[in-house]
Ligand binder design. Structure first.
Ligand code: NAD
Ligand code: UFG
Length: 340
């Protein structure tokens, strides 16, 4: 079976993808510098699957170190998750974001070229659709004007991959544009473990539920949406992980340069998330309505047809599943992987 290198594979989406790849019979190698994760997630991936992962503590920007990984293994394909992803922090520290996110990408492409590895899947984001494209977003729409440096790094990296694939006819690339991944593995052993105060909605909700935060502020209830709060395309992280397995199967069999949305196509509002979480889990989420958050779009959701057409993939898990599994993870791990 093929060997897949997960750059940044100890993180939230990478660890869930590792589980699904191992379950599908792939060999998994992870390289991560633990900038936003810990080796504990990889240990738990091994527990869940009963299979071994080869783990390297490595900064992907370190070309020499990365080259050693490619010499030590016959890598068939790479999934590039490694990146910094906090939108607000990227506004404060743009240079750090450009350096880390762009350099990891260049480093991977250079070392892959040396090692003659020709298949790479990249973690892109719905954020590249920008502010002006109408929802639902389809892959044929042009990249838009991003609202923060994090988003620009994704747009720039997409451009780098497209140019690299144009120049090297043998290089295959799939750019996966994720919508809003939430939830956790059903075991509750792996999940999202944000550092400090969560920026994203679901980890904030679960931390209110577990008593770590007093109250959720819902950012704005005067948007042009059915209930006035923003709508997003929330996708269960296990569905998302399975989408990566399909993308690996596809890229191993086809020469390609594809952009593919990974979403459900179904928008839900912030209020619907809070209501569903309370109902499914039987807990109260103390919340207030506050001002709009700068940079938020009223609505963001996918047209998910292409993933079904090309990869034969669509989501299977519901919003109820997402809320239940997110809470199960948080309850079992009130401090994430810390002190595990
Ligand atoms: P995460 O922070 O949990 O995972 C990213 C991993 O990359 C972490 O383990 C981190 O330690 C590692 N990393 C960062 N810089 C590195 C470097 N220089 N060398 C080695 N490892 C490095 O984030 P995630 O939610 O799992 O996201 C994975 C990818 O998906 C990221 O590229 C992110 O931008 C993208 N994405 C995430 C979302 C989301 O909402 N979670 C949405 C769209 C796109
Ligand atoms: N929200 C709140 N209160 C909070 C946190 C979030 O009301 O405490 C609201 C936001 O205003 C937004 C919704 O919940 O309406 C979702 O917010 P998130 O921060 O969870 O997600 P975003 O849609 O803002 O951002 C996500 C990813 C980014 C990515 C972007 C676009 O976190 O990486 O989608 O794809 F760039």
């Amino acid at each position: 079976m093929a060997t897949v290198l997960l750059a940044g594979g100890a993180g939230y989406i990478g660890s869930h993808t590792a589980v699904e790849l191992l379950n599908a019979g792939y060999e998994v190698v992870i390289a991560d510098n633990f900038a936003n994760s810990s080796p504990e997630s990889v240990r738990r991936v091994e527990q869940i699957t009963g299979k071994k992962v080869t783990l390297y503590e490595l900064d992907i920007k370190d070309r020499a170190g990365l080259s050693e990984v490619f010499h030590a293994h016959q890598i068939d394909a790479v999934i590039h998750f490694a990146g910094l992803k906090a939108v607000g922090e990227s506004v404060e520290k743009p240079i750090m974001y450009y350096r880390n996110n762009i350099d990891t990408t260049l480093s991977l492409l250079e070392v892959m070229q040396e090692a003659d590895v020709k298949k790479i899947i990249f973690s892109s984001s719905a954020t590249v659709y920008g502010e002006t494209n109408p929802v639902p977003y389809t892959e044929t729409m042009p990249r838009g004007v991003c609202t923060n440096p994090y988003g620009w790094t994704k747009a720039m990296m997409e451009q780098i991959f497209e140019d690299a694939a144009r120049a090297d006819q043998a290089l295959s690339v799939i750019l996966l544009r994720y919508f809003n991944p939430i939830g956790a593995h059903a075991s509750g052993r792996i999940g999202e473990d944000p550092q400090g105060i969560p920026n994203n909605l679901m980890p904030y909700v679960t931390q209110v539920a577990v008593g770590k935060r007093a109250c959720l502020t819902i950012y704005g209830n005067d948007y042009p949406t059915p209930d006035g709060t923003c709508t997003r395309d929330y996708i269960h992280v296990v569905d998302l992980a399975k989408g990566h397995v399909k993308a690996i199967q596809y890229i191993l069999q086809n020469h390609c340069m594809e952009i593919i949305n990974l979403g459900t196509g179904q928008p839900y509002s912030v209020t619907e998330i809070v209501d569903t979480f309370e109902k499914v889990n039987g807990v109260k989420i103390n919340h207030v309505y506050g001002a709009r958050r700068a940079g938020d779009l009223p609505a963001c959701y996918a047209n998910a047809d292409k993933a079904l057409e090309i990869l034969g993939w669509k989501t299977e898990l519901s919003l109820e599943d997402m809320c239940r599994d997110a809470w199960n993870w948080q309850k079992q791990n009130p401090n994430g992987y810390q002190n595990a």
